[in-house]
Design a protein around this ligand. Structure first.
Ligand SMILES: Cc1cc2nc3c(=O)[nH]c(=O)nc-3n(C[C@H](O)[C@H](O)[C@H](O)COP(=O)(O)O)c2cc1C
Length: 333
């Protein structure tokens, strides 16, 4: 099956359609940001990584991460954990409750953060392919929808195993995989390695999504040369949901006009409105609005007066105040 049909079973896109996907980003890709990206041409979204254990034990904060908007539905849910039964049971429980809003479960085997790898989760599973395989099979057997795996090229330079890991994922039942061309030890340093992604594409039959350092149309077209079936963007979308229109235009060979500062600020204000409506209203924690500060800084990066604005943003006390600051800033550009 083509990647777009695995992601969106009802899609009528041509079989060679290359979906451009928003990567899961903890603390960034909430329902408000994901919906905004979809409105700008993003083909598919994943929730940020969600602890399978957190869902299993009914943690309210973890549940808040699982809201899905009509606009993005169906979307992918990314789970992390290392206990097969908990991951499988959580995926089944979420699938049963989702009423068609979830079309894919992704398993995080790439997160490099020490608090995640220290528990045996995320990229530490690249050092334990046997357990990784058991986890994939358990989740595949638990739900009737595609299961994917997102991982890096290896743990460190001395243990690059993306090709073997990809083959293991395929034989364990994964429907597609996403590869970020860096090792765990690299974190986000250096450049993402595209050659390893090309090697993975050549060694499996399932679709491969290429990820790492896609910040422009040129980067996207370079990534496409690996033979990957889809493109996944993370940091390139921060403060720039417009990147999805830019990449779609590049893939279609059509023209793209970058947004003006005023349009960027309009997007930021829309983002705040959606956050207030969808995240703050549902959350038990009023301080959740501080998540918006970093977005405001990203949207205004490089604009004249942005440093002074950032100072004010970092001390403002509410989302209303933040919105007001951006509106005032916009009126002066
Ligand atoms: C702030 C931040 C949070 C992230 N959170 C997740 C996550 O929850 N799950 C995941 O698989 N990857 C996560 N990632 C990794 C990204 O999905 C992506 O693989 C990585 O940033 C490389 O893509 P890029 O070069 O387009 O940024 C995160 C990255 C960033 C910068």
């Amino acid at each position: 099956m083509t990647l777009i049909n695995l992601l969106k079973p009802n899609s009528e896109c041509a079989s060679d359609y290359v979906p451009v996907i928003l990567a899961p980003m903890a603390g960034v890709t909430d329902i408000a940001f994901r919906s905004l990206c979809v409105s700008m041409g993003c083909d598919f979204t994943f929730t940020e990584m969600v602890s399978a254990k957190g869902i299993h034990y009914n943690n309210a904060k973890t549940r808040e991460l699982l809201q899905i908007s009509d606009q993005e539905s169906p979307c992918g849910v990314q789970l992390f954990g290392h206990e097969c039964d908990i991951l499988a049971e959580t995926a089944k429980r979420l699938y049963d409750a989702a009423q068609g809003e979830i079309s894919v479960f992704d398993i995080n085997m790439g997160c490099p953060a020490p608090k995640i790898t220290g528990n045996g989760d995320g990229s530490s599973l690249m050092r334990n392919p046997k357990l990784a395989s058991e986890i994939i099979s358990a989740v595949v057997n638990a739900v009737p929808i595609p299961v994917s795996v997102k991982f890096r090229m290896g743990w460190d330079d001395n243990s690059i195993n993306a090709v073997q890991f990809a083959q293991m994922a395929e034989s364990s039942g994964a429907s597609f995989i996403t590869v970020h061309g860096r090792t765990r030890m690299q974190m986000y340093a250096g450049n993402a390695n595209r050659e390893i992604i090309a090697e993975v594409v050549r060694s499996v039959s399932i679709p491969v999504i290429g990820n790492g350092d896609i910040f422009s149309a040129k980067d996207a077209l370079d990534m496409l040369k690996t033979g990957c079936s889809g493109l996944m963007v993370a940091r390139g979308a921060q403060g720039n949901p417009f990147i999805f229109s830019e990449l779609r235009a590049a893939l279609d060979g059509s023209d793209y006009t970058p947004p003006t500062n005023s349009e960027r600020l309009d997007a930021a204000i829309k983002h705040i409105d959606s956050f207030m409506e969808n995240v703050m209203r549902q959350s038990r924690n009023p301080a959740v609005f501080v998540e918006l500060r970093k977005h405001a800084a990203w949207y205004t990066k490089g604009m004249q007066g942005a440093t002074e604005l950032r100072r004010k943003v970092n001390t403002c006390a509410s989302s209303d105040e933040l919105k007001h600051l951006l509106e005032e800033f916009k009126s002066r550009i």
